[in-house]
Write a protein that binds this ligand. Sequence first.
Ligand SMILES: Nc1nc2c(c(=O)[nH]1)N[C@H]1C(S)=C(S)[C@@H](COP(=O)(O)O)O[C@H]1N2
Ligand SMILES: [Mo]
Length: 427
Amino acid sequence: MPIDESAYDRRRLRQWLAGEARAEGVSRRDMLRLAAAAGVLTTLAGRPVRAYADTPAPGSGIVKPLPPELFTIRGTNAETNWSALRGTGLHTPVDRFFVRNHTSTPLLDEASWRLKVWGSGLRGAPGLDRAVEFDLHDLRRLPSVTLDAFVECAGNGRSYFTSQQGDTVTGTAWTLGAIGSARWRGVRLSQVLRLAGLTRHAVDLQPRGLDDEYVTGGVNLGRVRRPLPVAKALDDVILAYEMNGEPLPHDHGHPVRVLVPSWVGISNIKWVGDIEVSDQPLYSPWNTDFYRLFGPSHPAEGSAPITRQTLKSAFETGSGAAFDAGVRHRLTGRSWSGAGGIRRVEVSTDAGATWRRADLHDRPRPATWSRWSLDWRPTTPGPTALLARATDTTGRTQPDTTTPNTQGYLFDAVVRHPVTVVDRPAT
Ligand SMILES: Nc1nc2c(c(=O)[nH]1)N[C@H]1C(S)=C(S)[C@@H](COP(=O)(O)O)O[C@H]1N2
Ligand SMILES: [Mo]
């Protein structure tokens, strides 16, 4: 029987994409280029998927295009440029939503994707762990919920520990662009847990991603996973399959991610493949070594694992932007808090000497941001700094400095945004 070489190749590539074939020694970039050429990069719905080969971000492991006007690439991550958020609504478009990957974006096939829920916190025969599987159909059949929430890396703003405070910290040197806020749709995790047979004895959950194992400093830490207390899981956590009204994009966890409103970015496990439900506390490097506060002002074993994000503000303006003197400019920005909504924002256009109230454009809402604006007519040419200082609905105001921690998490001090006022050319 004659062999149809190209059909065989397409089948093989499909299997590779579905994780059913091995391709050791071949780069995933080359494999994806092959797959794109063979026309097998299509999702279930038949919509074409963009391959790495089309993107201007070689080596980042991120699928979507990362044009320099929208993103600053930092290793395997892409930081959103704040100037690219000006004029966008409450929901960050996917084309400019930051990406934080420990390794690289896997291309998962939603038809073969399964979520396994397992562990000692589920009903089952004594001594035997029970496991329940859900496919995307199962999840989509359940009642859905829609919510607005930011995803923000715990290390967002980390570089200011060094540039503003002179502290030495480790980790990706983000400015303020490791945040985006989207409209997420999915199913309540509490409902899935109940269907899986959650017992009163469950204390911790541990969702785990299907992306590659994370190797750092020569040590393989395994797949990205972080324990989540049952109380939070039952409160407002969802398994999200849509972002801004579209199926979840590959870079943001396709087909399903965990969405943990207001908590540090790492809680929002992308490409979730299984969730352990345990009647004993769980640990992973992501709640022992990482995501605790270490340093002289913290306990030797570190703080408790960090949970909520903190309070921050950012201008939708590039660093070093020039403003014509004698002209009225509209400064715009956003503030957000992991503890509640935003009640007040004050802005200084003279490096902190005087402050004015900004106009808030969104009512205070938890888990997402509030947009604000303020008009400014600079007079004196020269360098200055724009500062924004938010107060949230718990009454907390951004401080002038943040107590440092060695890994540079939860920076919340007022950021000095350098700009220049220039003389308007005579006309
Ligand atoms: N499986 C998996 N989930 C993950 C990560 C990852 O590398 N792998 N990164 C985490 C971190 S540190 C952050 S800040 C957010 C980033 O989400 P985003 O890339 O959709 O913006 O995803 C979290 N979930
Ligand atoms: Mo993160």
